[in-house]
Design a protein around this ligand. Structure first.
Ligand SMILES: Nc1nc2c(ncn2[C@@H]2O[C@H](COP(=O)(O)OP(=O)(O)O)[C@@H](O)[C@H]2O)c(=O)[nH]1
Ligand SMILES: [Mg+2]
Length: 257
């Protein structure tokens, strides 16, 4: 793993107190959401750690979390030098978590669209009592009991198309391929080549690789609520980049290169 410090990034002081499960959230201009998110995640279970990966948000989200982390040993922060994309932030967060000895990471958006109270249900699905452990648990809006609140029709259509494409073109048998609320067993990172998608298509890219590596993937119903504060970073450039990434995965699926 490349040391994030190589890029001149800021991070919370070593040594970290470590644990078994860490919750990762990626942030870009989330100052109106991050305080509540940190409170709710740390309260969801008192053994949870949290890592925030911020891309030097102009609104000072990273600085706010760094200040908070100084007094909270379960909170860790990585402020990267510049904006490098959601997928790149998630991957770096997972690598940092693995390097610090965590076994499972839950990753989620930082805009309160994902409910921190669902974290224990995702973790329960990873290790069901008397059942088979899972490698990845998806917080799913597209199975019975799951739903999406507050999205305009255009977002529903885009999400439906991406999930359809992932299932029937990329051959990954899941219902919600594009959500960003998941629990993952970190040892899996050793079994796959890292996703190449640096933006939002990271979600489908990771699933594609895990499925081909034989990972056991389960879905857990969640309610996704569109953000109440701040603004979406899913703009036209991001959409174009994601389409390119998905087409590259389709080429590899069907043509092998
Ligand atoms: N670190 C980092 N986080 C990002 C970046 N782009 C988006 N995010 C975060 O990714 C999460 C999802 O983004 P959001 O704008 O809510 O996307 P939407 O839910 O699809 O509209 C939020 O927590 C964002 O702050 C990025 O380039 N770097
Ligand atoms: Mg959002």
């Amino acid at each position: 793993m490349s040391d994030p410090a190589d890029h001149g990034d800021l991070r919370s002081p070593e040594p970290w107190v470590s644990g078994r499960v860490i919750v990762n959230a990626s942030t870009y201009n989330e100052r109106d959401n991050i305080g509540e998110l940190v409170d709710r995640v740390l309260a969801a279970r008192d053994d949870l750690h949290m890592l925030v990966v911020d891309d030097n948000s102009p609104d000072d989200t990273g600085r706010m979390v760094l200040d908070r982390a100084a007094a909270e040993p379960r909170l860790h922060v990585l402020v990267r030098r510049g904006r490098r994309g959601l997928g790149s932030a998630i991957l770096e967060g997972l690598r940092v978590a693995r390097a610090h000895g965590f076994e499972i990471a839950v990753y989620m958006d930082a805009d309160m669209s994902h409910d921190p109270d669902d974290i224990p249900r995702l973790l329960a699905a990873m290790d069901p009592p008397g059942g088979k452990p899972a490698d990845l648990a998806i917080g799913s809006r597209r199975i019975p009991g799951g739903r999406t609140i507050g999205w305009p029709l255009s977002r529903h259509i885009a999400s439906h198309l991406v999930c359809w494409f992932t299932r029937w073109v990329l051959w990954v048998p899941v219902h919600d391929a594009s959500g960003g609320f998941r629990a993952i067993r970190l040892s899996l990172l050793d079994r796959i080549d890292p996703p190449q998608s640096k933006g939002y298509a990271f979600q489908e890219d990771l699933l594609w690789r895990l499925h081909r590596a034989g990972a056991r993937i389960v879905e857990v119903p969640i309610t996704f609520t569109d953000r109440a504060a701040g603004s979406s970073k899913a703009d036209f450039a991001e959409t174009r980049r994601s389409i390119g990434d998905l087409l590259r995965l389709a080429r590899r699926t069907w043509l092998g290169w």
